[in-house]
Ligand binder design. Structure first.
Ligand SMILES: C[S@@+](CC[C@H](N)C(=O)[O-])C[C@H]1O[C@@H](n2cnc3c(N)ncnc32)[C@H](O)[C@@H]1O
Length: 316
């Protein structure tokens, strides 16, 4: 497969890096390497003793890193970020990470390369997997899923009101021929959905199927939970999300862990009424108007920052 473009304009670069509050000699995780814009910005703030461990489940991102990043302070791992807890634990790094950055969703090279099947604007195989070494493609899933399942996915992950009509149109079409390409699917959807506010009618459905195929929401929840044990006291979490469903998960995670919680039974300090908080909210931010003007992708970006607390015990 040929990659046509490697260009990715990093979103909310300054704000998300500032949110990490980088220490010169710290250890940082970039959970979503992409083309390494955020990783490079972190490296630029570190001295020789600092390091970055980056993850990406897309082999093309990892190959890009191998070809373009020559820095002893950087380790790039081809893996879903759901494995970061286990991998870093094996390296004895649990509780020692000074900051974790997550810049969610897909990269521009993934969207712009028609071969990846993410785009409703360009003809390509209907794949949509970020990790093409595992799982099933969108085309395979559409062939095996029943109408109700397709409708549910499009409704749940795309908030598309016409989900039932779309699923029914897909199944009708499949009685005649298989859906194997992006434009076949985009045209079927355009036949039953009107475009709204200059958005392509297939925008929501493609987003939904992509989220489902890559299990994006489950993976996000799992990875966020792992940050609790990975971060050092006062370590920072900086997460950029691109749609409300994703943001809701990040928001709730931070919110739930910023509330005081009962300590598990059995701790020596256990005493009914002793509680702890795991994170402190450090704020949320949208991309600036200037950035949105030059990078359309940033218009839906929302950055949330939280800080791992030191174990503060309070009697209440
Ligand atoms: C928005 S891009 C990141 C761009 C990057 N911050 C930059 O400046 O170049 C998101 C990247 O995260 C990767 N990704 C998404 N979900 C992932 C997951 N669950 N595990 C690992 N990588 C993931 C995608 O493959 C993609 O390369």
């Amino acid at each position: 497969m040929s990659i046509t473009s490697n260009h990715h304009q990093s979103v909310m670069l300054d704000e998300s890096i500032e949110g990490l509050n980088i220490k010169n000699g710290g250890i940082y995780i970039d959970a979503t390497f992409g083309r390494g814009g955020h990783t490079q910005a972190i490296l630029d703030k570190l001295d020789a003793s600092g390091s970055v461990i980056a993850f990406d489940q897309d082999i093309h991102a990892v190959e890009f890193a191998q070809e373009n990043f020559n820095d002893d302070r950087l380790l790039v791992i081809h893996s879903a970020f759901t494995h970061m807890g286990k991998i870093l634990n094996e390296h004895n790094l649990s509780g020692k990470i000074d900051g974790i950055l997550m810049d969610l969703g897909v990269s521009s090279p993934q969207l712009d390369n028609a071969d990846r099947g993410f785009s409703f604007n360009a003809q390509g195989p209907l794949d949509m997997r970020m990790d093409q070494t595992s799982g099933i493609s969108a085309a395979q899933w559409l062939a095996q899923a029943d109408e109700a399942e397709i409708a549910d996915v499009i409704y749940k992950f795309g908030e598309e009101k016409r989900s039932r009509h779309i699923a029914s149109a897909i199944k009708r079409y499949q009685q005649e021929q298989a859906i194997t390409t992006t434009l076949q699917l985009a045209n079927i959807i355009a036949g039953v959905v009107r475009s709204h506010k200059n958005k392509h009618p297939a925008t929501r459905s493609f987003q939904a199927i992509r989220i489902f195929i890559n299990q994006e929401l489950g993976q996000l929840t799992e990875a966020l939970n792992q940050t609790i044990d990975l971060l050092a006291p006062e370590g920072r979490l900086s997460v950029i999300s691109f749609h409300s469903i994703e943001d809701r998960i990040v928001k709730q995670f931070i919110h739930n862990n910023s509330k005081q919680k009962q300590l598990p039974k059995g701790l020596p300090v256990m005493d009914s009424g002793i509680q702890q908080t795991l994170f402190k909210k450090m704020g949320k931010q949208f991309a600036s108007k200037d950035e949105v003007r030059v990078n359309k992708r940033s218009r839906s970006a929302l950055l949330r920052i939280a800080q791992r607390t030191t174990l503060v015990l309070e009697k209440c």
